[in-house]
Design a protein around this ligand. Structure first.
Ligand code: ZN
Ligand code: ZN
Length: 137
């Protein structure tokens, strides 16, 4: 068996007072289990800390914290799921259209049916758009 490098998934336990405790997910699960026990004490000894369970805000994924930091820095997430700087205009949608047009242009150039014109003659001698233009990407 070859040794594979595993990147441990980190999770963040957030405690009131702006405290972040970063642990590997399986260690976060330990806390989760302890909190779920019916006889869970008010103060939990965890990772050499004594935490008042009432102060635990939650267990979060790294990406949640990353998004929070970005938002605090004034960045915002557009509906395409990309981050933008404060005041930056979102052009993700139009960028996608540009990308698509580029792909279509490449497809037309390579098309043997219309010989790169994008148009084909139909039986009744009219022109129609070739499938290299009309087919979805
Ligand atoms: Zn955008
Ligand atoms: Zn064509």
């Amino acid at each position: 068996m070859t040794e594979t490098k595993l990147t441990k998934r980190l999770q963040c336990i957030i405690v009131r007072g702006d405290i972040q405790i970063w642990v590997e997910k399986d260690r976060a699960d330990v806390l989760r289990q302890r909190l779920n026990q019916p006889n869970c004490p008010q103060f939990i000894e965890y990772e050499e800390r004594m935490i008042n369970r009432a102060d635990i805000v939650g267990v979060y994924e790294a990406v949640d914290l990353e998004e929070q930091t970005r938002r605090r820095n004034g960045n915002w997430k557009c509906k395409e799921g990309n981050w933008h700087d404060r005041g930056e205009k979102c052009e993700c949608a139009s960028r996608e259209v540009i990308e698509q047009n580029k792909k279509i242009a490449e497809r037309v150039a390579k098309c043997t049916k219309c010989k790169g014109t994008g148009w084909i003659s139909t039986k009744d001698n009219t022109s129609a758009k070739c499938s290299c233009i009309t087919d979805p990407i």
